[in-house]
Design a protein around this ligand. Structure first.
Ligand code: FE
Ligand code: ZN
Ligand code: FE
Length: 286
């Protein structure tokens, strides 16, 4: 099992992200390399990459993930928003290649009124503008909850998007337990059934990253509100079954839960405690 959390680069870049992950006794981790409030990105050369890598090696951390800014919306019908997304994504790929990571997770996008089909074509157009086929990483499309006008909540939409992209060999998929449950997949009672559908529709080798979150809302609610492990509608037993599933053994599994209780939640998921973390209000966890 490769379990970790969404950690901060605020102080010393990658180095503090790894230090935080070591403190959680994590196996992997995820970062955002830039603020989700916008503005210019901090120079990637200031991230203390080499020291961070040495610390990862020392503590057995592997397969780190970058989450793309969620200000990027390649499905937008607005030219300005679309072009901003294309330029941020292109820049992010270079930054992540510098760090040496293999995975970028991105939200497919929100159609804001144009409908799913137009959105999928627009996203593919954006990805085609960026991907050359020479990238040293997988761009992983995250499965969404179906809130607002977001696309990619159904596995068929992700599959269709992938077929529209020229360099689809550079694409992967990130599942998210909160989103999938909220989109109507009953992964609490039948995670195997979900994986079987994933395999039929997309193909299991393309499942590259998993976000592990409990949910504040019931099955099929189409709401994206993450809850602490065991404090939501999925519950600790279902989430334990998922993280220990052999299909996910080599997949980086990342907590994006509220309140900063990652160390506790990692112990809980590893069956090293049965005590639940506090029930924190959910914020922007993505
Ligand atoms: Fe989310
Ligand atoms: Zn996300
Ligand atoms: Fe997520």
């Amino acid at each position: 099992m490769k379990l970790g959390a969404n950690v901060s680069i605020a102080k010393t870049g990658l180095l503090c992200a790894v230090e935080e992950s070591v403190a959680y006794r994590a196996d992997t981790y995820m970062i955002y390399t830039r603020s989700n409030r916008g503005g210019p990105a901090r120079a990637i050369e200031t991230f203390n990459r080499d020291e961070a890598r040495a610390l990862m090696l020392e503590h057995g951390l592997s397969d780190p993930v970058v989450h793309l800014s969620y200000l990027v919306n390649l499905a937008s019908p607005k030219t300005e928003t679309f072009e901003y997304g294309v330029s941020v994504l292109a820049e992010e790929i270079k930054r992540v290649e510098y760090l040496g990571f293999s995975y970028i997770v991105m939200h497919p996008g929100s159609h804001v009124g144009t409908g799913t089909d137009a959105a999928l074509r627009r996203i593919a157009e954006g990805l085609d503008a960026v991907l050359s086929g020479t990238e040293n990483l997988f761009l992983c499309l995250e499965t969404m909850a179906g809130d607002g006008s977001k696309v990619g909540n159904q596995l068929e939409e992700i599959a269709e998007l992938m077929t529209l992209v020229k360099h689809r060999e550079k694409l992967g998929v990130c599942i998210d337990t909160c989103h999938n449950y909220s989109a109507g997949y009953d992964i609490v009672h039948d995670f195997d059934g979900f994986l079987q559908r994933f395999d039929e529709i997309i193909g299991l080798p393309l499942l590259k990253v998993a976000h592990i979150n409990d949910s504040k809302h019931p099955l099929g609610a189409r709401k994206d509100r993450h809850a602490n492990v065991g404090r939501g509608t999925l519950g600790v037993e279902a989430l334990r079954r998922i993280v220990h599933h052999p299909v996910l053994a080599e997949v980086p599994q990342i907590l994006e839960t509220p309140g900063g209780h990652y160390a506790h939640e990692i112990l809980l998921l590893r069956n090293e405690t049965d005590e639940l973390p506090p029930d924190a209000p959910s914020g922007e966890e993505s």
